[in-house]
Design a protein around this ligand. Sequence first.
Ligand code: 5GP
Length: 130
Amino acid sequence: MATIFSRIINGEIPCYKIAENDKFFAFLDINPVSKGHTLVVPKKEVNYIFTLGDEELGEMMVFAKKVAAAIEKAMPCKRIGVAVIGLEVPHAHIHLIPIVEEGDMDFKKEHVHLTNDEFLDIQKRIVEQF
Ligand code: 5GP
């Protein structure tokens, strides 16, 4: 069965898309740790990021770098934190999280609750930076 991320990539499930190319897809996390929290996923269904081949892993990071640059310009932050967890969705993904301090990377803290309009506004602000 297709993963939830494959269904998002295929357009079966809606998302706030940030960017895509032939191999990778980026969209806003639905339960963000901070405003602008974005996921980068390979279109190829791979459970664990480190099972990707060297070349694909490199390409994924280069794609994530471009997405991170756009997020950094759009969202007030000091850095874009990078995390790989993968305990919830068995489809490799990189979390890109705008942060001001170390604690902003804490996935256990209260997440940010956003309305549809707020998600759309963040999506627009980031997409404009490409
Ligand atoms: P992880 O697998 O890295 O532990 O967490 C998966 C991440 O995917 C979580 O941050 C969660 O909020 C996000 N996520 C899970 N399902 C969906 C979904 O249907 N849409 C979006 N946009 N994000 C999701």
